[in-house]
Design a protein around this ligand. Structure first.
Ligand code: ADP
Ligand code: MG
Length: 700
C-alpha cells in the first residue's frame, strides 16, 4: 500500500490519540488528507513587533523578548499560569490554562524567547493565551521561508495542543517520506498549456512557500484544478447528452407566432427580449436538445418571452408546457396567456392540484389527443399520469423553487426529451451560474420595459409605524394599492418577529371599513380562498393585501405601488428582492419600506443597506453570495452540487473559473467521451472525485 493512503496514526508525531482527534474533528484519516488540509493564511515570520505596539486589534503577532515571573493563579481545578513578557518598549502577559507543568519545565525564567500568538485585552492588560514559543536560535534555523502556514482548526484540537506548528511538523513529515508518491493529477499538456505549477511543487509550496510568488502560483494551480474538475464533470454530462439525444427541430416561425406578434402583442418587445428570443430560436433549429437558463430580473418580461417560445413550438406541430411553483402563479400565467392568445384559435389549459377529478380526466384526454396546445400548471403536471401527444417544449418558471429531480422528470414526457427552458428572477452571480447551471446555456434579459421607475426603498424602524401608516393612507387616497408582508402567520415562541395574525388586527384597526378594504393571503388558506382574496386585490376592490411570502414569486398587480416588509431583518436578500419586485410594475412611482426592530445583526444591516442602495438583482446576488457563501444562496441549495470548495472562492476567482471552464470545454470538444490516451488521467481523477462526492451525479 502506498504510504500516503496509510492511517495517520502511524505517522511521525501523530499516534493514536491525535489520530482520533484528527479523524473526528477534521475528517483527516490519511497522509493524503493531511496534504489536502490547506492553510487558510500565512504569517510573515520575519516581522517582529515591539511589545509596546501590540494591541488586541492585531491578528497573530510575533515578538522577541524576555519571559519572567511565572505565577500560578486561581484555585482548585481552575488554576492557570501567567508570566511576564517584556522588551525595552513594554510588557504584556502570557497565560496558560492547560499544560502548565510542561510550560514551566520547558521555559527558563529570564531568558529571551520568540513569542507568537493572538493578543487579547483583559481589563487593562494585554495578554496572549497559549502562545507558540521558540528559542531564538531554533527559530532562525527553522525559517526557510518568511511565510508560515496557519491551518484551520477546531477548539478541541487547539485545546489538545494540535496547533499550526504541529500541523506543519506532521505535514513536513509526510512530504519527506512520501514525496515520490505525489504524482501529477492533470494531463501534462494542460499543465504546460496553462503554465501551471506541477502538482507536487504546488503541494509543497502551499504548505511551505518558497516565496510569495511561488505561493501565488501554487494557489492558482490548486484552485484551477479544483474548478476544472467540477467543470469537466458538469460539461461532460452536457456533451454526453448531446451525443445521446437529438433535439426536436423547430425549423420555422409560423402562423401563430407571426399572428401574435403582428396583431396581439400590446407593446414593442425590449431589445433584450428580442435578442433572447433570437438566441433561442437559433438553438431550436440546430438539432440539439436545448437546455437553457433564462435569467432576467423581476419585471423584465420573461412570461412574454416564454409565451412566444411556446408559440414557436406550436407552429412546428408540438405541444408546449409552462410550469410554475405555486397555484397562484400558475393561475396568473394561465389568465395572462389566455388573454394574450384570445382569438388565435389555440387551446390552452390549466392543471393544478385543485383541478377536480372529472375535469382532470377530460384534460388528460385532450392532452393525449393533442387538442390542448399549451398546458400551464404546477407540479401536478409532472405526474406520470399526465401524458402529452407530442410535447416539444417545457418552460419552468422560477426554477429555483423546483428540485433537479423535477426538472429531470419533464424530460421523460416524450420519446425524445423536449427542449427545456428554465427561468429565474433570482439573479445568480455569473460564477455560480456557471457552476450550478453549468450544464445549461445561459441567456440574460438585462433590460426592463421602458417607462418603469425604479422602486424607492426606505428603511424604517418599528417605532415609526405611525408615519408609515400615514404614508399608506396618502397612497391609497391617490388610488394605489399596498402589500404588507409578514414573515410568520401566527405568533411564535421561538422568534420575536411580527406575525400576520397580529398585523391583521392592528391594520384592521388603523384602516377600518368602509373606507378601506383588506385582502389576506397565506399558505394555510384553501386554494379557493386564496384565489378569491387575490382576485379582490387584482380587481382593485381591496386596497391592502396582507400576506406572507406566498406572494413572493411572480404575482403581477401593476396598480400596487407600495410593498411593506415587516421584520425585514428576517428575510434573505434574494427574498427581499423578489418581494420588492411585486411593485414597480406600473407607471407610478413605487416604494418598498423595510420595517425592522432597532436591534440588527451585522449581516442584517448589510442586507438592508444593500436593498436601499440598489435595484440591480445581479449586484444583490453578488452581495448575497459573499454573505452566505455559494453553498447557501437560493438556487444553489436545490442544485445538488456540493459546495465544498476547498480553496476557490466564487466571489473572487471568476477569472480562474472561466479559464478552467474553457479548458474543460476545449478538451471535451475534441474528445467528448475522453477516450484518448492523453486524457485517461482525467477519467481517473473524475472517478475519484465522484467517489468522494456521489452527489455530483445528480445534475441533470
Ligand atoms: P417577470 O420577468 O418578472 O416574470 P413579467 O413577465 O411578469 O416579468 O412581466 C412584467 C410586466 O411587464 C407584465 O405586466 C408584462 O405584461 C409587462 N411587459 C413585458 N414585456 C414588456 C414590454 N416589452 N413592454 C412593456 N411591458 C412589458
Ligand atoms: Mg415571472
Amino acid at each position: 500500500m502506498q504510504q500516503l493512503e496509510a492511517d495517520i496514526q502511524f505517522l511521525k508525531g501523530v499516534g493514536p490519540k491525535r489520530a482520533e482527534l484528527l479523524n473526528k474533528e477534521l475528517n483527516i484519516f490519511t497522509g493524503k488528507d493531511l496534504l489536502f488540509h490547506f492553510p487558510f493564511r500565512y504569517i510573515d515570520r520575519t516581522k517582529f513587533y515591539k511589545i509596546a505596539d501590540i494591541s488586541e486589534n492585531l491578528p497573530n503577532i510575533q515578538a522577541k523578548g524576555i519571559i519572567t515571573n511565572f505565577q500560578t493563579k486561581g484555585s482548585g481545578r481552575k488554576t492557570y499560569l501567567t508570566a511576564d513578557f517584556y522588551d525595552e518598549t513594554g510588557k504584556i502577559e502570557l497565560i496558560w490554562f492547560k499544560g502548565t507543568k510542561w510550560v514551566k519545565q520547558s521555559l527558563t525564567s529570564g531568558k529571551e524567547y520568540i513569542v507568537f500568538g493572538k493578543p487579547a485585552r483583559y481589563g487593562r492588560k494585554i495578554n496572549i493565551a497559549h502562545p507558540e514559543i521558540d528559542k531564538p536560535e531554533d527559530a532562525e534555523k527553522k525559517i526557510t521561508s518568511s511565510l508560515q502556514a496557519v491551518y484551520p482548526s477546531t477548539e478541541k484540537l487547539t485545546k489538545n495542543n494540535i496547533t499550526s506548528k504541529v500541523f506543519r511538523k506532521i505535514i513536513a513529515g509526510v512530504l519527506e517520506t512520501s514525496l515520490s508518491e505525489i504524482t501529477e493529477t492533470l494531463p501534462l499538456y494542460i499543465v504546460k498549456k496553462y503554465h501551471l505549477l506541477p502538482f507536487r511543487k504546488a503541494i509543497i509550496n502551499i504548505h511551505f512557500p518558497e516565496n510569495a510568488e511561488k505561493l501565488k502560483r501554487a494557489l492558482y494551480r490548486l484552485k484551477f484544478e479544483e474548478l476544472f474538475y467540477i467543470q469537466l464533470s458538469i460539461l461532460k454530462k452536457k456533451f454526453g447528452r448531446r451525443l445521446k439525444y437529438n433535439g426536436f427541430i423547430f425549423s420555422k416561425v409560423g402562423f401563430y407566432f407571426n399572428k401574435f406578434y403582428n396583431e396581439k402583442l400590446p407593446f414593442e418587445l425590449t431589445n433584450a427580449q428580442k435578442r433572447v428570443i433570437k438566441e433561442i430560436r437559433k438553438d431550436f433549429a440546430s438539432g440539439k436538445q436545448v437546455n437553457r437558463l433564462l435569467q432576467g430580473d423581476v419585471g423584465s418580461g420573461k412570461t412574454l418571452v416564454a409565451l412566444m417560445l411556446m408559440l414557436i413550438a406550436v407552429d412546428n406541430g408540438y405541444q408546449a408546457s409552462l410550469m410554475a411553483p405555486t397555484e397562484i402563479l400558475a393561475g396568473q400565467h394561465f389568465k395572462t396567456i389566455r388573454n394574450f392568445l384570445d382569438g388565435l384559435g389555440l387551446e390552452t389549459a390549466l392543471l393544478t392540484g385543485s383541478v377536480k377529478q372529472s375535469e382532470r380526466k377530460k384534460l388528460h384526454k385532450d392532452l393525449e389527443s393533442g387538442r390542448i396546445n399549451i398546458l400551464i400548471g404546477t407540479h401536478a403536471l409532472i405526474e406520470d399520469i399526465v401524458v402529452f401527444k407530442n410535447l416539444g417544449l417545457v418552460v419552468i418558471d422560477e426554477q429555483h423553487r423546483f428540485g433537479v429531480a423535477q426538472r429531470a422528470k419533464m424530460w421523460k414526457k416524450n420519446i425524445r426529451p423536449p427542449h427545456v427552458i428554465v427561468m429565474t428572477a433570482t439573479p445568480i452571480p455569473r460564477t455560480l451560474a456557471m457552476t450550478v447551471y453549468g450544464d445549461l446555456e445561459i441567456s440574460v434579459i438585462n433590460e426592463l420595459p421602458p417607462g418603469r421607475k425604479p422602486v424607492k426603498t426606505i428603511h424604517s424602524y418599528d417605532g415609526k409605524r405611525l408615519s408609515v401608516f400615514k404614508f399608506i393612507k396618502e397612497q391609497i387616497k391617490a388610488g394605489r394599492q399596498i402589500y404588507i408582508v409578514y414573515p410568520l402567520i401566527y405568533e411564535s415562541e421561538n422568534f420575536d418577529y411580527k406575525d400576520l395574525e397580529d398585523g391583521l388586527e392592528s391594520i384592521s384597526r388603523a384602516f377600518p371599513p368602509p373606507e378601506y378594504a383588506i385582502s389576506v393571503l397565506h399558505g394555510r388558506m384553501k386554494p379557493e380562498e386564496k384565489e378569491k382574496s387575490m382576485q379582490l386585490f387584482i380587481k382593485g376592490i381591496t386596497n391592502i393585501m396582507i400576506a406572507t411570502t406566498v406572494i413572493e414569486v411572480g404575482v403581477d398587480v401593476p396598480n400596487a405601488s407600495v410593498m411593506i416588509i415587516e421584520s425585514a431583518e428576517r428575510f434573505g436578500l434574494s427574498q427581499l428582492h423578489q418581494l420588492r419586485g411585486r411593485v414597480g410594475r406600473g407607471a407610478d412611482q413605487s416604494y418598498c419600506i423595510l420595517m425592522t426592530s432597532y436591534k440588527l445583526s451585522k449581516e442584517a444591516k448589510i442586507r438592508i443597506k444593500t436593498m436601499t442602495e440598489t435595484n440591480d438583482g445581479f449586484k444583490i446576488a453578488e452581495v448575497d453570495m459573499k454573505l452566505r457563501g455559494p453553498g447557501d444562496t437560493e438556487g444553489t441549495r436545490q442544485s445538488g452540487i456540493p459546495f465544498e470548495l476547498k480553496l476557490s472562492d466564487l466571489s473572487k476567482d471568476y477569472k480562474i473559473l472561466e479559464t478552467a471552464r474553457n479548458a474543460a470545454d476545449l478538451i471535451l470538444t475534441e474528445d467528448p467521451e475522453l477516450t484518448q490516451d492523453k486524457n485517461q488521467i482525467l477519467i481517473k481523477q473524475l472517478k475519484s472525485l465522484i467517489v468522494r462526492n456521489k452527489k455530483w451525479g445528480m445534475i441533470s
